[in-house]
Design a protein around this ligand. Structure first.
Ligand code: AHR
Length: 501
């Protein structure tokens, strides 16, 4: 049997856990909002029209901040359309996804939905078709307590308390030719700096996210970050990263090593941001907001006819049905975010419901968990305290897209006050179980309290509308802790978590 050795040294602290690393994303796209979180005629809907069965699943998922309302959608959005009496809200064309937007859900309703799910609202402003003025108006509407035109309008609309949104995205993917109003790095960097400076004049405690690259495969990757930060460094707190992965042409080995690209992405953005900061002799370090990450079968969607010439309300778009292999990769991407948590302080799984999402719904029907739901919810629940970077000794295998990849990846967390710890592991081998010995003698743990795994003999097994519980967590058999050494056997193509006390 293949073996691996892992050493968890409690001194190897990456960072204390900021719960914003478990954020997600709700965009006005396809059936994420309409027929997803919002369906007034559903038997579980509350007075606002929000499905409470979906609310329960969001709570179980353990997502924290929710980025809203886009995505590409935000680059044509007029936030004013989505506030005030619902019956007088306009229907508009959404050019990003070629659909009709009814505006029945807007900022106030979504803030109430966040309160219902225990989430923190993170907003994006439109820097595609709009600019500083609209961003400042939205900020006044959401955050100013009272006594100004827009804060009093919010109060008159029923939101007496301000929404106190602290994290704001300065536009979305402004490097992408598909973005409404996309720009050069120079133009965007200047606009972002001016918008950030104005927003911070209103409230210097805001945390602002400037747009980084839409992917590590963008031709401008690296140069975009450098130029944008040269303009905006002193005004912003975060730079965004977006990354989506999929299996190409049956190359499962490369797909299972996708997190190596995420690692490359993070290291490149960190070194570019630090290069700009050092050149400016700034004492400040820019953090990364990985505010779109997931598995997305983009090529298949591009070849489909789901974005049509018609103007439809909430059509089925980007409704990926995820496999066991997809969930293993997702769990591995989350391990990578945690390993880099000293710089990746915030992240958003894109997206939350129906659209490339861990939760699926049918109108008038059920809501269920996709395979990808499980590694996210378990990690969010068990990862507490501080992140510890393990030393991993294991063989590698060769991949076409990412070079040599270690067969096992892992990260640990320890909560010293609670006396608990957790280890998260991935086995990327397609054929071999791997026996892993984990030296955690420095952590003084004495019992295994939970050991679960996501794997299946069929790596392409999925949960569907007709078979909603085909894939779920299984016990990780034989996890044993003795004399500070934990041994586990990881099945091929699996994600696992072990909790200790
Ligand atoms: O999450 C789907 C889309 O992916 C978002 O709208 C956009 O920001 C990205 O390209």
């Amino acid at each position: 049997m293949v073996t691996a050795e892992i050493v968890i040294d409690p001194a190897a602290v990456v960072a204390p856990i900021d719960r914003r690393i478990f954020g997600s994303f709700v965009e006005h796209l396809g059936r994420c909002v309409y027929d997803g979180i919002y369906e007034p005629t559903h038997p579980t809907a509350n007075d606002d029209g929000f499905r409470l069965d979906v609310v329960d699943l969001v709570k179980e998922l353990g997502s924290t901040t929710v980025r809203y309302p886009g995505g590409n959608f935000v680059s044509g959005y007029r936030w004013e359309d989505g506030v005030g009496p619902r019956e007088s809200r306009p229907v508009r064309r959404d050019l990003a996804w070629h659909t009709l937007e009814t505006n029945q859900v807007g900022t106030d309703e979504f803030a109430r939905w966040c309160a219902l799910t225990g989430s923190e609202l993170m907003l994006a402003v439109n820097l595609g078709t709009r600019g500083i003025d609209a961003a400042l108006d939205l900020l006044e509407y959401t955050n100013h307590p009272s006594g100004t035109a827009l804060s009093d309008q919010r109060i008159a609309n029923g939101s007496v308390e301000p929404h106190n949104v602290r994290m704001w995205c300065l536009g979305n993917e402004m490097d992408g030719p598909w973005q409404t109003g996309y720009m050069t790095a120079d133009d965007y960097g200047k606009l972002a700096a001016r918008t950030a400076q104005a927003m911070k004049a209103a409230d210097k405690t805001l945390e602002l996210v400037v747009c980084g690259s839409s992917g590590s495969n963008m031709a401008t990757f690296g140069d975009w970050e450098r130029t944008v930060l040269e303009h905006s460094y002193e005004h912003v707190d975060f730079i965004s990263c977006h990354a989506y992965y999929q299996e190409y042409g049956g190359d499962l080995g490369s797909f299972l090593a996708s997190s190596l690209d995420m690692q490359y992405f993070i290291e490149t953005v960190v070194s570019t941001a630090d290069h700009v900061g050092n050149k400016l002799r700034s004492a400040k370090k820019i953090k990364l907001s990985f505010d779109e990450w997931n598995i997305w079968y983009l090529e298949e969607h591009q070849q489909s006819d789901e974005i049509s010439d018609e103007w439809l309300v909430a059509p089925r778009q980007l409704e990926d049905v995820y496999s066991v292999a997809d969930a293993v990769v997702l769990g591995n991407l989350l391990i990578t975010l945690l390993k880099n948590h000293d710089r990746v302080a915030s992240a958003s799984l894109a997206q939350l419901v129906n659209v490339i999402a861990p939760i699926r719904t049918e109108p008038g029907g059920a809501a269920w968990r996709q395979t990808t739901f499980f590694p996210f919810s378990v990690t969010s629940r068990l990862a507490r305290g501080e992140v510890i970077a393990p030393r991993i000794h294991v063989d590698t295998y060769s991949t076409k897209r990412h070079g040599d990849a270690p067969l096992v990846d892992s990260v640990a967390t320890v909560d010293r006050d609670a006396g608990t710890a957790a280890v998260f592991l991935v086995n990327r081998s397609q054929t071999e179980s791997i026996e892993v010995t984990i030296d955690l003698s420095g952590l003084a743990m004495s019992t295994v309290t939970e050991a679960v795994s996501l794997h299946d003999d069929d790596v392409y097994a999925r949960n569907t509308a007709d078979d909603q519980n085909r894939v779920g967590l299984v016990d990780l058999e034989g996890a044993e802790l003795s004399d500070g050494r934990l041994t586990v056997t990881l099945p091929p193509v699996s994600w696992s978590a072990v909790a200790l006390a």
